[in-house]
Design a protein around this ligand. Structure first.
Ligand SMILES: [Zn+2]
Ligand SMILES: [Zn+2]
Length: 152
């Protein structure tokens, strides 16, 4: 198998460990880099200053840490909520939801679009239809009455 150089760590690796963006699996995970995807914000100028250069931040990453003395620091994407942890029961091999969130499963990852000139920042959320709704997720649906129009 051929070797490929990761564009982030610049280490040579087996090519199946380096994806089509040229990033290796461990860098993808360590830097919490979401895969390439279409931009969520329409390609319109900044609504405040008319600026035409936008910084897309594919994930708003936050610092996490675990361990009593915060020895294990990592970065993770900021998201609307987290899925619930599940486990398989031995009985009938059913999957049941547990009484805690699964911190490895953020749902509704936030993206930021920042005007390079004035800094106005718009937040968009990836895959909004997948965000679980309920008090245990700290989410709820509110419906806009019909007759209300956008862009007022
Ligand atoms: Zn790498
Ligand atoms: Zn602007």
């Amino acid at each position: 198998m051929a070797m490929k150089t990761c564009s982030v760590c610049e280490e040579e690796q087996w090519e199946d460990l380096v994806d089509d963006e040229g990033i290796c699996e461990s860098c993808r995970k360590n830097f919490a880099i979401p895969r390439q995807s279409p931009a969520l914000r329409p390609l319109t100028p900044c609504r405040r200053c008319g600026g035409r250069v936008i910084v897309r931040c594919r994930a708003i990453r936050e610092r996490g840490a675990s361990g009593g003395d915060y020895v294990h620091a990592y970065i993770a994407p900021l998201a609307a909520t987290f899925a619930r942890a599940t486990r398989e029961t031995l009985f009938r091999k059913r999957t049941v939801e547990q009484n805690k969130p699964d911190l490895a499963q953020p749902a509704g990852v936030f993206e930021a679009y920042i005007c390079r000139a004035c800094g106005l920042t718009e937040i968009y959320t990836r895959d909004p239809e997948t965000i679980p709704i309920g008090p245990e997720y700290a989410t709820e649906l509110i419906e806009v009455p019909s007759g209300e129009t956008p862009f007022r």
